[in-house]
Design a protein. Structure first.
Length: 433
């Protein structure tokens, strides 16, 4: 299914979209193999790939390793953190998405030996593999913010929606009070690469809109603070966001990195080119630095000369294949590629990994490539969003040219985010989209 078909299914919505793609071809007989395939991570990428491989392969020994009993629909956390969805909207059971024919090992990975081709878990179990897919997601390094801990979320004007559904709901407790009582709200993002770089902007736009709808626009001082010099990685999108911020009176503090919080004093400390700067707040949204799990770096899977402070898996940006270990692939947030830390990116990465892995089993070379496609339904207010889609080269690649303008605030783009995308996400998990 191509991108237009995928989004058309999203617009159609409904439970059927969770399971049946448009124009699904008849399933061919599985390729017979005894290959041992280990997938680390039962998030969007690992689960979708497992479902697809089960249908492609006959006799493969597929093991998925992940300690998490709950699967999170992470694109929905922004909606939970603004009171638009309940916390349980984003939660399902990991086991419910896994197909017959896959062995789920609910443990944490301790190490990978890419020479011996083994994966070891915290319990001491060691698995041999012929092919390994590294898709564990990433680590939210909250400890990097001095004075901050997750038990603060929801109190003293502190929010942190990335940490999970309960924290997203508690974020709304703090943010909701801010929209009623007013004051200064600071909305941050980290200096590292991050999942869904549009999320900090969405939260800023939505909290501003909610305050306006409550008649409190004059009571809130909205401030977006970021380590970067630009509001978004794609220049034309950054300029559009700048214009919207200017129109709505959202101030910006660029080239500033949040380093510490004094929760009692409601004071945030930022590092700048000239030292540090303290700013008082009534509400602050914290997005911590993000990095790969420790085992990635410790197992020598990470880049040695890129993102050395973050540890993303070294891989070819088009095939997602490890550059030193040809039987290893990276998938999702942990992949060391210039773009692609969104669920929409995973949708287009999974078939690429599938193609090259299955081709290797057959003794041939895969042909599929990933062009960096990333999609961000950029919510700008309740009921309006911009469907921003782009590639490695920062080119806008709209799926509906002439119908959905990527830099226009449209109701149909909001509908995709708020209503329809969860059904298509579920279809992706099933390997059906």
């Amino acid at each position: 299914m191509d991108r237009r078909q995928f989004l058309t299914a999203a617009l159609a919505g409904g439970a059927a979209a969770s399971f049946v793609p448009l124009d699904e071809p008849a399933q061919a007989a599985g390729i017979k193999t005894a290959a041992k395939i280990v997938i680390i991570g039962a998030g969007a990428g690992g689960t979708a790939l497992a479902n697809r491989l089960v249908r492609r392969l006959d006799g493969a020994e597929i093991t998925l390793i992940d300690p998490r009993r709950e699967h999170l629909y992470q694109p929905g956390l922004t909606l939970v953190a603004t009171g638009l969805k309940p916390a349980n909207y984003v939660v399902s059971r990991t086991a419910d998405w896994l197909p017959d024919g896959v062995t789920w090992l609910p443990e944490r990975v301790a190490s990978v030996d890419p020479v011996a081709r083994t994966v070891s878990t915290d319990s001491g179990e060691t698995l041999l593999y012929d092919f390994l897919v590294v898709a564990p997601g990433l680590v939210l390094d909250h400890d990097a913010i001095e004075g901050f801990s997750l038990d603060m979320v929801g109190e003293n004007g502190i929010g942190a929606l990335y940490a999970g559904p309960d924290y997203a709901a508690r974020t709304w407790q703090a943010a909701g009070r801010f929209t009623e009582e007013g004051g200064t709200g600071i909305f941050t993002r980290p200096a590292t690469e991050m999942k869904c770089a549009g999320a900090p902007l969405k939260h800023t736009f939505l909290i501003d809109d909610i305050a306006r709808r409550a008649g409190n626009a004059g009571k809130v001082n909205m401030v977006y603070a970021a380590p970067q010099s630009s509001l978004f990685g794609v220049p034309i999108v950054a300029e559009k966001v700048r214009m919207l911020f200017e129109d709505r009176g959202v101030d910006t503090m660029m080239n500033r990195t949040l380093t510490a919080i004094d929760a009692g004093a409601k004071r945030a400390t930022f590092s700048t080119a000239n030292g540090t700067e303290d700013i008082e707040y009534d509400y602050i949204h914290v997005i911590p630095p993000q990095r790969a799990p420790d085992f990635v770096v410790q197992s020598s899977l990470a880049w040695a000369d890129k993102w050395t402070d973050q540890g993303w898996v070294e891989c070819d940006m088009q095939t997602l294949r490890h550059l030193r270990y040809s039987e290893i692939f990276a998938l999702g947030d942990v992949a060391g590629v210039p773009k692609g830390k969104t669920a929409a990116s995973v949708k287009w990465q999974v078939p690429v990994v599938e193609d090259h892995l299955v081709s290797a089993i057959q003794g041939s070379e895969g042909t599929a490539t990933y062009d960096g496609y990333t999609s961000c339904p950029m919510i700008t207010r309740i009921g309006r969003a911009m469907l921003v889609e782009f590639d490695y080269n920062d080119n806008l690649v709209p799926s509906f040219p002439g119908l959905i303008a990527p830099l226009e605030e449209l109701w149909i783009s909001w509908l995709m985010k708020e209503v329809a995308l969860k059904a298509t996400y579920n279809a992706m998990l099933r390997g059906r989209a």
